[in-house]
Design a protein around this ligand. Structure first.
Ligand code: GLU
Length: 445
């Protein structure tokens, strides 16, 4: 029999200075421990001990030359966490704060998220402590080439298929795919999020945000509610926020605030027109990482240095970073009447925030279910690449929609409490876990 505190104490001892990984692991273990203790095959197969240990962690030196002809050194990683149900799959994050602990947390989350999509994908994550902010195109190119020169040794279309994440968008995927092709002489689906003329899937850029809104729409229906007329705030202003704002607007909600590291923009007219949404993306790809110019351009209010969570709203979406919404933010949102709290970023809320939302019986939906549409369409991109075909946008969108409905149904099935309140955290963790655990039992140790 496993005991939560004992198990977590040992995990912390083995993984010092990896607080994000410990946080992600604690949440999953707490959700599934009863299931494990009541299932003899999971106990006999030591599933919990095995599932928290990555199959492989690769770390490498990335050397590149900046525009002043100085040699720079970064650390690159790929965490190949679990391949029980398919090739490792998950993004690459370029951010100055990336450590092996960050990527272990993200790789661990990815195992259950990918399982929830119902597609055959294992969990992995990678990246580097490279800071893209303020870098020139040529510096990004040189970094990506050098990074892939090493990473290509460990990945392949049936082994491990990276994609984008924070700091890695279409441009970076292009530079990395180019280098992979140069070295390996292969046109394969080794990366997803590729450009539309060289193997990318339609709807992949929109998929995370669209999927999040398809999921939210199901949550609304369950609560006899609708997105129409809801006041929405979205932290972040990148690719994920863009998809979410676009679909939320299409479904009748009004997005009144977006944010960046410099503060938030309050746009009472709504971040709704294609021009505004396109400008959001332009800002993001400018490599400056600030949202203030949006307010100036469209006559909205910019609130410097403040947190977006002080804006009263019906629905709060996290779409930036892990732990971006804490217990105090949650209490403020609740005080101001928030009705739904929805993570689109991975682990966007701290455990204290989740506890506050759940105690107030506000539906809280975790990133690993809500944002799974991104990796789901990556899975569909792999299928298209494997059959050397390209599907129509409407076909991909319909599959994405169906996948998100299935994820929602799985969360409700495993997370519905006696009083009818749905614990989506528990639901997502149990549903994602069972499939991987069964596969691990069937494959032997
Ligand atoms: N980085 C995204 C995520 O967190 C996408 C991963 C992928 O498409 O492989 O799920």
């Amino acid at each position: 029999m496993y005991k939560l505190d004992e198990f977590m104490a040992e995990l912390e001892r083995k993984n010092p200075a990896q607080p994000e990984f410990i946080q992600a692991a604690r949440e999953v273990v707490a959700s599934v421990i009863d299931v494990v203790n009541n299932t003899p095959k999971y106990l006999n197969n030591k599933i919990l001990d095995r599932i928290v240990e990555p199959e492989r962690v690769v770390q490498f030196r990335v050397e590149w030359e900046d525009d002043n002809h100085q040699i720079q050194v970064n650390r690159g990683y790929r965490v190949q966490f679990n391949s029980a149900i398919g090739p490792y799959k998950g993004g690459l994050r370029f951010n100055k704060n990336v450590t092996v602990g960050t990527l272990k947390f993200l790789g661990f989350e990815q195992i259950f998220k990918n399982s929830l999509t119902t597609l055959p994908m294992g969990g992995g994550k990678g990246g580097a402590d490279f800071d893209p902010v303020g870098k020139s195109d040529n510096e990004i190119l040189r970094f990506c080439r050098s990074f892939m020169t090493e990473l290509q040794k460990y990945i392949g279309p049936d082994t491990d298929v990276p994609a984008g994440d924070l700091g890695v968008g279409g441009r970076e995927i292009g530079f990395m795919y180019g280098q992979y092709k140069r070295i390996r002489q292969e046109n394969t689906g080794v990366l997803t999020g590729k450009g539309q003329t060289w193997g990318g899937s339609l709807i992949r850029p929109e998929a995370t945000g669209f999927g999040a809104l398809y999921f939210t729409n199901e949550v609304m229906k369950l609560n006899n509610d609708t997105l129409k007329g809801k006041r929405v705030i979205v932290s972040g202003f990148g690719n994920v926020a863009w998809g979410a704002v676009t679909k939320a607007t299409e479904l009748g909600a009004k997005v009144i605030a977006i944010s960046g590291p410099d503060g938030y923009v309050l746009d009472e007219a709504g971040v709704s027109t294609p021009e505004k949404i396109a400008y959001m993306l332009e800002l993001r790809s400018s490599n400056k990482n600030i949202v203030a110019p949006y307010a100036e351009k469209f006559g909205a209010k910019f609130v410097p240095g403040k947190r977006i969570w002080e804006v009263p709203c019906d629905i709060a979406f996290t779409a930036a970073l892990q732990n971006e919404l804490n217990g105090d933010d949650a209490k403020l949102l609740i005080k101001n009447g928030v009705k739904y709290a929805i993570e689109i970023s991975n682990m966007g809320c701290t455990p204290e925030a989740i506890e506050a939302f759940q105690a107030a019986k506000i539906p809280f939906c975790p990133g690993k279910a809500v944002n799974a549409g991104g990796v789901a369409v990556s899975g569909l991109e792999m299928s298209q690449n494997a059959e050397h075909l390209k599907w129509a946008a409407a076909d991909v969108d319909a599959q994405l929609h169906r996948i998100m409905e299935n994820i929602f149904a799985a969360c409700v099935k495993e997370g519905k409490q006696a009083d009818g309140y749905v614990d989506y955290v528990k639901g997502a963790n149990i549903a994602g876990f069972k499939k991987v655990a069964d596969a691990m039992c069937e494959l032997g140790y």
